[in-house]
Design a protein. Structure first.
Length: 87
């Protein structure tokens, strides 16, 4: 069996609760999500969104709420626009 390490991190109680609720609603454990995130982040050359600072991500979140749009829908729309402009 592969040797495992434990990760300990500090987050606010509010963020913890939101993360737990989101994981529960998607039938995932917090550990599953964090393992998946870690794998993607370390293996991806295209993890740009994960490197954005908190202020910019917060601004995007506010914009999405104002436009009544999901974050992933916004990203898909921007990617399609970039592809169309490139062609």
């Amino acid at each position: 069996m592969e040797k495992q390490k434990f990760l300990k991190l500090r987050i606010s109680a509010d963020l913890y609760e939101m993360f737990q609720d989101t994981c529960d609603s998607r039938n995932k454990t917090m550990s599953e999500v964090l393992r998946s995130f870690s794998k993607f982040y370390t293996e991806s050359d295209n993890a740009v969104l994960l490197d954005l600072d908190d202020n910019l991500l917060n601004d995007v979140s506010i914009l999405c709420k104002k436009k009544n749009m999901k974050f992933d829908d916004l990203i898909k729309k921007l990617l399609k626009k970039a592809i169309n402009e490139h062609n």
